[in-house]
Design a binder for this molecule. Structure first.
Ligand code: HEM
Ligand SMILES: [Cu+2]
Length: 557
């Protein structure tokens, strides 16, 4: 290990230590989640009380409404979910779980974070540009996205859409560099004995997610570049008036956009595997099958994209192909979830906070998955497309996966990185408020969707059939739930700071887990391990019959 002298800047700001970089990603991501949450508060208030002034914001017009939903979606995906689930947790866990001192390329790792950070600044600046932030939806469909901004005195460069594309480009560069670092690290730096099938599932899934991202992002980068040219250089790739085809962009976008959901789902399911096994005191059920299923799902993930285009004038025979593909991809994921449930079965379950978040996450995710099956069927989707049914569906996928998964991980690994346990009492209140308000926010939206409520409309007053009382009540319930959901997160913030000073001191292995990160100090010293571990067994050997202890660390002889 090298022990060059550290000052404040090299220790906390331009750090190359993966543990610090992981925390930097997570803190930035959580702050951005608050920004994304604030935006959803503002536009939900507009929907519940159209035309009235919104507390903590002011008056909202349709252009701002569109900008806010656009940036809400963008931020939640690219500045909250990916930085935390992949970059943040990947940095924190991968080197420790495979038993090494750092990433393969620590300096590249630091540069990745700072590129990501610059992308955040570019994005935030875009709110203050003359025409406001991008307003063409997070899907950025042309022609709207290329015409939504009138060029200003500065030309079309200083507009929200151009800045959004630049910010996304920087963010993707950062994530690509990070993904390459993960793969190289996992392939080259594993502790002796850490064979492929002894790796913790999180390590497998984070790497698979990185690979899916690398495979799927190319077409979108090309597509976004053409969009930049259309906006700023007068080309006409997408503009029908200039001989272009907007549908082209839809293909390039969703070839990336659908797999992106699995880029988030896999790391979250990885976190779930670690927690389920540890807190059931049982080996994870069908470890190898889980990995093979994830490999199959990863391959399938890039052939289902056009289920987003059933109403874009697709040939019905192609629609059938994409319908079947979509329904097929649910099989490997169902198998993974079933393995997790089988792990719970007959376990001696310890209902601590990480486990509570995990179980609630799986349960809620099932609603998302099931309604995804409906939408995957082209016949149903033609009816439900772009209604609030879809909004409800994908929030039932994303909130359990991204938010519950993140919270489970924070409660589980906080002691490792801060040396103290989070408070379980505050944790329980935080959990119940979040859990109940999430369902109260999202569940009613299935019904307003089925009533025909179309998304991306700032004010429904001009549609009589959508201003009936039951639907307006749904909007208000969902908005109040949003406010509770967002403000409950104060409890998490309080818990994190309170426990940092007053929490119960955590030993090395407070949850009695097997994986390597628990076999070193909490927090781990610079270089992670005083003696580099050697690995003798898989990650999930709990409750072996001929041992007195019910766990068996991977590095114990
Ligand atoms: C505080 C929790 C959240 C609330 C209250 C919320 C609310 C909403 C609502 C009402 C819309 C629809 C706006 C419209 O189409 O008119 C929306 C759109 C969206 N949300 Fe969320 N959301 C939350 C969290 C999340 C999370 C965690 C993610 C992803 C990780 C996410 C991703 C999206 C996306 C991608 C859109 C589509 C944006 C677009 O239409 O361009 N949301 N959200
Ligand atoms: Cu999709």
């Amino acid at each position: 290990m090298n022990h060059t002298k550290q000052n404040f800047w090299t220790k906390y700001v331009f750090a190359t230590d993966h543990k610090v970089i992981g925390k930097q990603y997570i803190i930035t991501g959580l702050i951005m989640a608050l920004v994304g949450g604030y935006l959803s508060y503002v536009f939900r208030m507009q929907l519940a009380y159209p035309g009235q002034s919104i507390p903590l914001y002011g008056d909202m017009g349709p252009q701002q409404y569109n900008a806010f939903i656009t940036l809400h979606g963008m931020i939640m995906f690219f500045w909250f979910a990916m930085p935390i689930l992949l970059a943040g947790f990947g940095n924190l866990f991968i080197p420790l779980m495979i038993g090494t001192d750092d990433m393969a390329f620590p300096t590249v790792n630091m540069i990745s974070f700072w590129i990501f950070f610059v992308s955040t600044i570019v994005l935030m600046v875009s709110f203050f540009l003359p025409g406001g932030a991008a307003a063409g939806g997070w899907t950025m469909y042309p022609p709207l996205s290329i015409t939504a901004h009138q060029p200003t005195f500065w030309g079309s460069f200083f507009t929200g859409q151009t800045f959004l594309l630049l910010a996304v480009a920087l963010e993707f560069v950062s994530m690509l560099m990070g993904g390459i670092n993960f793969l190289t690290t996992t392939i080259n730096k594993r502790a002796p004995g850490m064979t492929a099938f002894r790796l913790p599932i999180y390590v497998w899934f984070a790497n698979l997610a990185g690979i899916i991202f690398m495979f799927s992002v190319g077409p979108l980068i090309a597509g976004a570049f053409m969009m930049l040219l259309d906006i700023n250089m007068g080309t006409g790739f997408y503009d029908p008036y200039r001989g272009g085809d907007p549908i082209l962009f839809q293909h390039l976008f969703w070839f990336f956009g659908h797999p992106e959901v699995y880029v988030l789902l896999l790391p979250s399911l990885g976190v779930t595997a670690e927690i389920i096994s540890t807190f059931s005191r049982k080996p994870i059920f069908a470890y190898k099958t889980i990995i093979y299923m994830a490999l199959i799902a990863s391959v399938l993930s890039v052939i289902v994209w056009a289920h987003h285009q059933f109403i874009s004038g697709i040939d019905p025979r192609m629609a059938t192909f994409f319908s079947v593909g979509t329904i097929l991809i649910s099989i490997p994921f169902a198998a993974i979830i079933l393995s997790y449930l089988a792990t719970l079965w007959g376990g001696s379950i310890r209902l601590k906070m990480p486990m509570i978040w995990t179980i609630a996450g799986i349960g809620s995710f099932l609603i998302g998955g099931l309604t995804g099956l409906f939408l995957g069927s082209d016949t149903f989707d033609i009816y439900a497309h772009d209604t609030y049914f879809v909004i409800a569906h994908f929030h039932y996928v994303l909130i359990p996966v991204v938010i519950f998964g993140t919270f489970a991980a924070i409660y589980y690994w906080y002691p490792k990185y801060f040396g103290r346990m989070l408070n379980e009492k505050i944790g329980k209140i935080h959990f119940w408020l979040t859990f109940l308000s999430f369902h109260a926010f999202a569940f009613p939206l299935f019904f307003s969707g089925l009533q025909g409520e179309h998304r991306r409309i700032a004010d429904y007053s001009s549609f009589d059939s959508l201003m009936t009382l039951p639907i307006q009540h749904i909007r208000i319930i969902s908005t109040i739930a949003t406010i509770i959901l967002i403000s409950s997160q104060l409890l998490l913030i309080i818990n994190v700071f309170w426990s940092y000073r007053k929490g119960k001191v955590a030993g090395r292995n407070p949850w009695e887990a097997n994986t390597l990160e628990w076999q070193t100090d909490s927090p781990p010293q610079h270089g992670n391990f005083e003696v580099y571990p050697e690995v003798y067994r898989g990650a999930y050997e709990y409750s072996l019959p001929d041992r007195t202890e019910d766990f068996y660390p991977q590095n114990e002889k």
